[in-house]
Design a protein around this ligand. Structure first.
Ligand SMILES: Cc1cc2nc3c(=O)[nH]c(=O)nc-3n(C[C@H](O)[C@H](O)[C@H](O)COP(=O)(O)O)c2cc1C
Length: 173
């Protein structure tokens, strides 16, 4: 399959917008925007984020002891762009504060998931950062969505009467 066919296909799959952060042994902060955040396992509690091996942040994350996934809200598209921009100080805006595990995070994130590194798994041109979930923060803020190479808002809730959770066996989700 041509790479463009795969990227074009995946562009039609909506994903979350996150900023993943860590601090290295010298106290330097690192972060990148990622839509590849996913849950992996309940027991043990594992989540994953995929990071391009060519990214400037790769060495820091591949060897990190822990990392923090900030799930952005509908107002935070500028933060997503900043943490995807090359050659700038992504932390210069000063909006990152010390959060779970002492890592830099957004107090106004929709969700934060703090992980210790379970393993960094080789996966083609990416590394899968597999995180053991240590702490989590949730809010009712509306998340930002990435779809068709653009930022979007989630669809408004369908009315309960239109949904049949039991038939779909997704009540636990
Ligand atoms: C919405 C969005 C989602 C992204 N998701 C990922 C991702 O899941 N994994 C990844 O490696 N890069 C992802 N990127 C690209 C990185 O944020 C970043 O631009 C890239 O790593 C280049 O950064 P560098 O200058 O650090 O090399 C995404 C960018 C955007 C705008």
């Amino acid at each position: 399959m041509e790479p463009s066919t795969l990227t074009g296909t995946m562009a039609r799959v909506p994903g979350p917008v996150t900023v993943v952060t860590t601090i290295d042994g010298d106290g330097k902060r690192w972060g990148f925007t990622a839509s590849s955040f996913s849950s992996v396992s309940l027991d043990p509690p594992l989540v994953s984020v995929c990071l391009d091996k060519g990214a400037s942040t790769h060495a820091a994350f591949a060897t990190a002891r822990n990392f923090l996934i900030n799930v952005l809200t509908e107002e935070q598209h500028a933060v997503a762009r900043r943490f995807a921009t090359s050659g700038i100080d992504r932390f210069a805006a000063g909006d990152m504060q010390t959060c779970e595990l002492g890592l830099p995070g957004l107090r106004t994130a929709g969700v934060r998931v703090a992980c210790s590194m379970h393993s960094a798994v080789d996966a083609g041109d990416h590394t899968i950062l597999l995180g053991f979930v240590e702490e989590a923060y949730t809010s009712d803020r509306t998340p930002l969505v990435y779809y068709n190479r653009a930022f979007a808002r989630p669809a408004p809730n369908a009315s309960r009467a239109d949904q049949d959770f039991s038939a779909c066996h997704i009540a636990d989700w």
